[in-house]
Design a binder for this molecule. Structure first.
Ligand code: NAP
Length: 339
C-alpha cells in the first residue's frame, strides 16, 4: 500500500510517497481503508519542523481521516467490516477533561497519522461518521470541527447569544456553522474581501475585513450595542487577544485556540480581570465530544464546507494551497485505497 512519509521536517517538499506492507490489526484494533484525509494548520507546522522540538520522524502525516473498516483484531466488539468511521485526533482521550497522556496519542504528531491507504487504529480511536456525509466531508471533522464544537460548548453557548469568529479557515467556518445551528448571532472577520459574501451566505450577520478595518474590535463592540460579544473563538493568538478582550462582553468567554496572528507576544491581562472574562484553552476534544458533535451534525443536516479536494498523488499541492491562505473552510485529500 502507499503512504506519505515525512523523513526530515524541512518543508512541504519533504512529503514523499513510500510503499509499505498493509498493517495487520492487533487485539482491540481496526484496519481502516482510508478514503479521505484533511489538512489542518498544525500539519503545515509539522512538515516545516515548527510544531514540536521532539517530533518523532519518520512520520505518516495528518490526524484527520475517514474510511471504511476492513478487518478487526481480537476482542473488538464495537466495530465490524464495512463500518464508516473517522479517526479521533487523540487516540487516548475518551471523555472528561484532557489528561496528561492525550498529547502523546495525537495522530500525525506523536503517532503516525492517516495519509495512507490503510491505517491501523485503536477501537477507541474512531467514531462513526454522520450518515449523510461523504468520506471527504467526514474527513474534515476530527480536528477543526471538534475544536470549534468544544470551544462553543465550553463557553456554554445558548440560543440568542453572539459569537465572534476570525478568518475563514477550518475552525472558524465550523464555529460559524455550529453557532448558527444553535441559534446564535455570528460576527465574522476575514482579511479577504471576496470571502465576506460567503460568510454572510453561511449566516454571519456581519462580516468585517480585519485588514481594511484594523480597529475591527471597536466595530464588533458597536455592532453589539456597545455590550460586546458573549463568546470569542480566538484563533489569532497573541496578535489578536488584546482585541478580543475589547470585543468580548463583561463576563463573556474567550476560547484560546490558535496562533494565526502570532503565537508569542505581550498581552495586557487587565481587561480580562476588570471585565471578569473567562479564558479557556481548547485542545481539540475527546471522543465523547466527537460523538456528541456528530449527533448534532446529523440532526441539523450540517455539511462541512470543503474548499477543494486534491488527489492522493497531489497531497503536496494541497498543503501549498492551505499554506497560501486562499481557502475557505477545509482542504481535503482523496485517498483511493487499492485492492
Ligand atoms: N487548539 C487546538 O486544538 C487547535 C485545533 C485546530 C486549530 N488550531 C489552531 O487554530 C488556528 C486555525 O486553524 P485552522 O486549521 O482553522 O487554520 P486555517 O484553515 O489554515 O485558517 C487559515 C485562515 O485564517 C485566516 N487568518 C490568517 N491570518 C489571520 C489573522 N492574522 N487574523 C485572523 N485570521 C487570519 C485566513 O482567513 P481569511 O482569508 O478569511 O482572513 C486564513 O485563510 C491555527 O493557529 C491552528 O494551529 C488549534
Amino acid at each position: 500500500m502507499r503512504s506519505y512519509s515525512i523523513e526530515h521536517a524541512s518543508g512541504i517538499d519533504a512529503l514523499k510517497i513510500v510503499e509499505q506492507e498493509i498493517p495487520a490489526p492487533g487485539p482491540r484494533q481496526l484496519l481502516v481503508r482510508m478514503k479521505a484525509a484533511s489538512i489542518n494548520y498544525r500539519d503545515l507546522l509539522v512538515v516545516c519542523g515548527n510544531y514540536s522540538r521532539n517530533q518523532p520522524l519518520p512520520l505518516v502525516p495528518l490526524s484527520d481521516g475517514a474510511g471504511e473498516v476492513v478487518a478487526v483484531g481480537e476482542g473488538v466488539t464495537r466495530w465490524k467490516a464495512g463500518d464508516r468511521v473517522a479517526s479521533a485526533f487523540f487516540q487516548d482521550w475518551d471523555a472528561g477533561g484532557i489528561g496528561d497522556g492525550a498529547a502523546r496519542s495525537a495522530l500525525g504528531g506523536a503517532l503516525d497519522g492517516v495519509l495512507a491507504e490503510y491505517v491501523v487504529l485503536g477501537e477507541r480511536g474512531v467514531v462513526a461518521l454522520p450518515r449523510h456525509l461523504s468520506f471527504e466531508e467526514g474527513a474534515t471533522l476530527p480536528c477543526a470541527a471538534l475544536t470549534a464544537w468544544h470551544a462553543l460548548r465550553s463557553g456554554g453557548l445558548v440560543c440568542g447569544q453572539s459569537v465572534l469568529t476570525m478568518g475563514t479557515g477550518g475552525v472558524s467556518v465550523f464555529a460559524l456553522q455550529f453557532a448558527r445551528a444553535a441559534g446564535a448571532r455570528v460576527i465574522a472577520t476575514t482579511g479577504t474581501e471576496t470571502k465576506m459574501e460567503r460568510l454572510r451566505a453561511l449566516g454571519a450577520s456581519d462580516a468585517i475585513n480585519y485588514k481594511s478595518e484594523p480597529n475591527w474590535e471597536s466595530k464588533v463592540f458597536e455592532l453589539t450595542g456597545r455590550r460586546g460579544v458573549d463568546q470569542v473563538v480566538e484563533v489569532g493568538g497573541a496578535g489578536t487577544l488584546g482585541k478580543s478582550l475589547k470585543a468580548v462582553r463583561a463576563g463573556g468567554h474567550i476560547s484560546l485556540i490558535g496562533v494565526l496572528a502570532g503565537g508569542a507576544g505581550e498581552v495586557n491581562p487587565l481587561p480580562a480581570v476588570m471585565k471578569g472574562v473567562r479564558i479557556q484553552g481548547i485542545f481539540v476534544g475527546s471522543r465523547e465530544m466527537f460523538d456528541e458533535m456528530n449527533q448534532a451534525i446529523e440532526l441539523n443536516a450540517i455539511r462541512p464546507v470543503i474548499d477543494r479536494i486534491f488527489p492522493f498523488d497531489d497531497a503536496p499541492e494541497a498543503y501549498r494551497h492551505m499554506q497560501s491562505g486562499a481557502h475557505f473552510g477545509k482542504v481535503v485529500i482523496s485517498i483511493q485505497g487499492r485492492g
